[in-house]
Design a protein around this ligand. Sequence first.
Ligand code: MN
Length: 253
Amino acid sequence: MSDKKIYFVSDAHFGSIAGVPSRENERRLVRWLDQIRSDCEALYLLGDMIDFWYEYKYLVPKGYARFFGKLAELTDAGIPVCWLTGNHDVWLYSYVQEELGVQVLDGPLQISLKGKSFFLDHGDVLGDPSRGTHFLDWMFHNRTTQWLFSHVLPSTWGIWLGLRWSRHSYFKRKKDGCQQYLGEDKEYLIRFAKDYAAAHPDSLPDFFVFGHRHIMLDFQLVCRSRVIILGDWIEQFSYGVFDGSDFSLETFE
Ligand SMILES: [Mn+2]
């Protein structure tokens, strides 16, 4: 087995208009990708890398040139990059696949990596009992709503609305004070993993890896299964790395 590693990162929210230094964060991510490149076997982006992405048939949003260029460089060098969509970048249709060679998937993804089993997802819906969350998820993935958004709303309004919505959710998160770990009974993703473990005792993944919560968490679910939440690339600059035997959460710079 190769001694290269699998890397995981999520929630950079590039392009945010909530007053975060997005360009600086983007440069930092590119430096990180440069650093891991030589021992990176595969890279998993677990969603919300972009604060609001919507692509039209002939148009994509401005920005992200350094980030996208670096992804293209990795895939050109034969390093697989997989992007699991989050709730802010649901609408990655074909552009990054065709232009950057990045595989785009809607999670959850169950996959074996270097001999261990992984359950990967952005984590915005799993375990969340709120009807609002499920309704939004349904609406975001609905073909008709997508068609209306693409063809009826002018692109300027569409992107403006999206960025405003994203900024609203950024400040709501701050106001609600849910940037901290809420405890295993209140964290939806841990609750989801517990239910999953109870329902699938024979096919329990070694690692559940999620984004979305913007907290760094490494939680021992049962003796041979852990729940990892990756943190973010806004304030924590955290990532996950799996070397074939152990998974660790680290921070960059
Ligand atoms: Mn999210």
